[in-house]
Design a protein around this ligand. Sequence first.
Ligand SMILES: Nc1nc2c(ncn2[C@@H]2O[C@H](COP(=O)(O)OP(=O)(O)OP(=O)(O)O)[C@@H](O)[C@H]2O)c(=O)[nH]1
Length: 362
Amino acid sequence: MTNTPATENSQLRSQLKLLLEQAHRNQQIMQRYQEFDLKFIGANTFQELIDSVFDTLTEASELDVVTLSLIDPDAEIRRILTDLRIDVSDYPNLIFIAESIDEMAHPARKASLGIYNSMQHRRLFPDTVLKPSSVAILPLIRRNALIGWLSLGSLDATRFTSGMASDFLQHRASIVAICVENVINNERLQHIGLTDPLTGVNNRRYVERRLLEEVGRTQRHGHTLSAMYIDLDFFKKVNDNYGHQGGDEVLREVAARIKAELRLSDALGRFGGEEFVVLLIDAGMEAALAVAERMRSSIANRPLVLSSGEQLRLSVSIGVSTLQAIERKDEVATIAQQLLAKADQALYLAKQGGRNKVMNVI
Ligand SMILES: Nc1nc2c(ncn2[C@@H]2O[C@H](COP(=O)(O)OP(=O)(O)OP(=O)(O)O)[C@@H](O)[C@H]2O)c(=O)[nH]1
């Protein structure tokens, strides 16, 4: 049967209507994606970016699971994030790949779409996340280097199929790659500004900032907070006998021994020369004195070995103070100053008392 002009006309009209509806839907999708791109680009911190990737992207693209894997062989990114007090364990969908990428079992630089395969994709969808039925694995490439993968997963096995065009997804991955690189560089700069270049521990600026935060928290929630001043004894002699470089090596080793006695939530900063300040979070005087004693003995009881092979014995003096019940009306800055001043007085007593000692001022 041949179509009359009238039926042809009506068929064309309904085709046109479908096309217009499709175009309208596509425009809405594009608009939605542009909003997400702006959200990614607007992220200033790593935390803001990963929140956008995991929450916004998952919801907007109607995905069941999204993971972000970053190649971090020397754990540098993890160290920066930990120092900036971002707990990576809060993000099960954020994966750090420690091995060299050649060991990864799938093509590294091309987008790959298809059915989930546990052999191939297990690393990008670890046990802590939902197992998808189909996946889109999008490499994140910056300046020709592979920095990780954005992995999208759906419970619908037909959502991502191997023949499907991936330009649109790859475009999204390029934006995520740029944003990841930017926020990591930002965090790196922040980190450098708060780190002592010689010892790698934090600097005075960081500790002073943290101290105000922690005093505020103590005031609000009634926790305890302790502070320590740690000063190397007769350090001038180390420089005189082993040279400035020997002195620097000693400072690095002492910083590492102090750090080894601390919890991740505590703060350690080099305040200048051969003086360190520690903030012990949620620790009263008794606990702080015990930690200080462990630090003192870990330095005094074990000789320091220089790169020249020379060994030397050294000690530290430590002054401890603790914040107890504080009045709400007191100024945070004044309380912080008093806490440090007391630790400094205690250090003075330790030096006066013969060094290699822990003293406290209440
Ligand atoms: N190698 C090295 N030495 C430093 C650094 N900063 C400060 N110093 C040295 O640290 C020494 C500090 O000496 P003093 O303040 O007299 O104290 P001390 O010899 O440790 O004596 P007490 O603190 O009284 O036990 C000086 O010789 C400084 O030159 C540094 O970054 N590297």
